[in-house]
Write a protein that binds this ligand. Structure first.
Ligand SMILES: *[C@@H]1O[C@H](CO)[C@@H](O)[C@H](O)[C@H]1NC(C)=O
Ligand SMILES: *[C@@H]1O[C@H](CO)[C@@H](O)[C@H](O)[C@H]1NC(C)=O
Ligand SMILES: *[C@@H]1O[C@H](CO)[C@@H](O)[C@H](O)[C@H]1NC(C)=O
Ligand SMILES: *[C@@H]1O[C@H](CO)[C@@H](O)[C@H](O)[C@H]1NC(C)=O
Length: 471
């Protein structure tokens, strides 16, 4: 379902430059722009485990649900390109190599041959349909004074880019002279990535080329570098990202202010540096068992740090936690994945993640993904043990956490503002500048977690871009 709020352009706001026709779903107001994110899912990713006649031993290939896609235009005249939105990385790059995007193939896992098919994000044909940026056709192109770069994502995707400078329009709102990457080579992905993570060495951006959010603020399109994210529930295909504003009708209770914490990372060779990311302290994790009020807490260990990463389709947690949750839900753990009874999706309860000063409940309908293959439903918990490594080891609260939260990422002050997500309409308030610029006060939705009795439609598919550029 598309976000259909009326276009409410307010004239006279400096820096606004609206291309009406290209972005039917966007809402533009004084100092903010709200853009629909569409979750791309399909059922192409199903695989059958080693062919054994007469068995129904099947598994879902990409146990990777949706990624959130946004349409942008680049250059003059505008060229439309779709990209995945990711808070786990900070680079915008376009033009993936479609001839190397496919992940289809036969691989040996636990002594069995597993046939992988392509998801919409790795399918070469889908890739070719998605729009490409041709710099030679843009009159607003200019040289970027940034050296070529190669970066990777934890799923193994690697990209080499050259940088250019050109105009970019997001939701119809334009900035000029934005630096971004154009792929020279890439693998494993058939779609470019638009990172909205902070610059890696400080929110203030001084040691890095100006990223899009900073440019928006500098060019006066928004008052300060901040955006809000409302992904919507797992069974909804539409979320929104709001630059420079907070939608008070997308959450309930108070928005808690939590400073993002810096993390001193030690890289190979022993070198240390302060790394900026959406790092938060994970203080607690508690299961409310299905259909009951009975709870159980898990020990996350000392100093558990997580990154808020909407590009991660799983929550990646301290080792051992997934097995405990799986046992408590009477599921079965196979490899990294816990399969549970689909009935749990329709029951009350879920997992409450405690951040410093805010608890967010992720109800079972947002924590458990249901896929159907040959009319049989399979349900698994979107949660894995951490095997990313890193020093210190940091975990990921991915889309399966963020869908239940309303999150405001305020770079200007290095703070997260977070509340329990809800949806009772639209009332976007602009974020000003300076400290405490994120509007305080409670959200305007008062109802509790929605009833879990409605029917669910099903989804599978798509690719995994766990942000975390490893440079
Ligand atoms: C996988 O193996 C099957 C059976 O041997 C074969 O038909 C198929 O072409 C292989 N797929 C790929 C992508 O290599
Ligand atoms: C992508 O390319 C990089 C660099 O050539 C390589 O290290 C990586 O293994 C490749 N990934 C996959 C999934 O093939
Ligand atoms: C999905 O999200 C849209 C936009 O946020 C909202 O209008 C709609 O009510 C939601 N649908 C469901 C089924 O939750
Ligand atoms: C950014 O820089 C300003 C001015 O130097 C400073 O007041 C502010 O605290 C800095 N913000 C962060 C998040 O470091």
């Amino acid at each position: 379902m598309l976000f259909t709020a009326a276009l409410t352009f307010v004239a006279g706001v400096s820096g606004l430059n609206v291309d009406w026709t290209g972005f039917p779903g966007a809402t533009v107001g004084p100092g903010f722009i709200s853009v629909p994110l569409s979750a791309q899912k399909d059922s192409a990713g199903l695989r059958r485990r080693a062919e054994v006649a007469g068995t129904t031993d099947i598994e879902v290939a990409n146990f990777r649900s949706s990624n959130y896609v946004i349409d942008i235009s680049i250059g003059t005249p505008p060229q439309k390109v779709s990209v995945v939105v990711d808070t786990g990385s900070h680079e915008l790059w376009v033009n993936p190599d479609c001839s190397r995007s496919s992940t289809a193939g036969n691989k040996t896992e636990n002594g069995q041959t597993v046939t992988y098919t392509d998801s919409p994000f790795s399918d070469p044909e889908e890739c070719r349909k998605r729009g490409r940026y041709d710099s030679s056709k843009s009159s607003s192109l200019s040289q970027a004074d940034v050296s070529d770069n190669t970066f990777g994502y934890v799923d193994g995707t690697t990209v080499s880019v050259g940088y250019v400078k050109d105009s970019i329009s997001v939701g119809g709102l334009s900035i000029t002279d934005q630096i971004f990457g154009v792929a020279k080579t890439s693998n494993q992905t058939g779609i470019g990535i638009m990172g909205f993570g902070p610059p890696p060495f400080g929110f203030n951006n001084s040691n890095y080329y100006p990223l899009i959010l900073s440019t928006m603020a500098k060019q006066g399109v928004i008052k300060s570098p901040a955006f809000s994210m409302h992904l919507g529930d797992l069974d909804n295909t539409t979320g929104t990202i709001t630059f420079g504003g907070v939608d008070k009708k997308k959450y309930q209770g108070a928005l808690a202010k939590i400073p993002f914490r810096p993390v001193e990372v030690t890289v190979e060779g022993g070198q240390k540096f302060q790394h900026t990311h959406y790092y938060v302290n994970m203080k607690s994790m508690k299961l409310t068992k299905p259909g009951t009020t009975e709870t159980k807490s898990y020990d996350l260990g000392k100093d558990a740090i997580a990154t808020l990463d909407c590009g991660s389709t799983n929550n990646i947690l301290p080792r051992g936690i997934t097995k405990q949750v799986c046992d408590d839900l009477k599921g079965s753990l196979e490899g990294k994945r816990c399969t549970v009874d689909c009935a749990i999706r329709r029951q009350t309860g879920g997992i409450t993640f405690g951040l410093e000063g805010k608890d967010i409940l992720v109800p079972f309908y947002n924590l458990i993904e249901e896929t159907v293959f040959q009319e049989v439903s399979f349900c698994h918990i979107m949660m894995n043990d951490n095997d990313i490594g890193g020093n210190p080891e940091t975990h990921l609260l991915g889309a399966p956490f963020l869908r239940s939260a309303y999150a405001v990422f305020d770079w200007g002050n290095g703070n997260l503002h977070i509340a329990q997500a809800a949806n009772c309409g639209t009332n976007i308030v602009a974020i000003g500048s300076g400290t405490d610029s994120v509007p305080a006060g409670n959200g305007e939705c008062s109802f509790a977690i929605k009833s879990v009795t409605r029917s669910f439609w099903l989804m599978v598919g798509a690719s995994l871009f766990v942000g975390l550029s490893v440079l």
